[in-house]
Design a protein around this ligand. Structure first.
Ligand SMILES: [Zn+2]
Length: 104
């Protein structure tokens, strides 16, 4: 199985072919490499509503069910450096972005 062509998009940072899937754990969007790989630690499936869902392949649930395919999270393979600005991802409040430093 592979993601349907209408799910395919490009990573805005490195241009790789990816698709967005919803995590079955908490429904958050996660970029997944479009190309299936046996080395992937995710199982992706297209639900009846057409959306892609992704779940972690764990020791407790290692089997790939019919309709699923293995893929890598794009975070693991993205070739672009991490974004400097927190576009979309808001910095956690209450956490200083830089450590305290003694002024000279
Ligand atoms: Zn990327």
């Amino acid at each position: 199985m592979k993601p349907a062509s209408h799910h395919l998009t490009r990573c805005r940072r490195c241009g790789a072919s990816i698709c967005w899937a919803l995590t079955s754990a908490n429904g958050r969007r996660q970029p997944v490499d479009a190309e299936p790989t046996e080395a992937g630690n995710l199982a992706v499936m297209q639900a009846a509503d057409g959306a892609l869902y992704v779940r972690a392949v764990t020791a407790a649930r290692p089997e790939i069910r019919p309709g699923e395919w293995r893929a890598m999270p794009h975070h693991a393979t993205c070739k672009a450096p991490p974004p400097r600005r927190s576009g979309g991802q808001r910095a956690r409040s209450g956490v200083r972005p830089v450590p305290w430093q003694a002024r000279p």
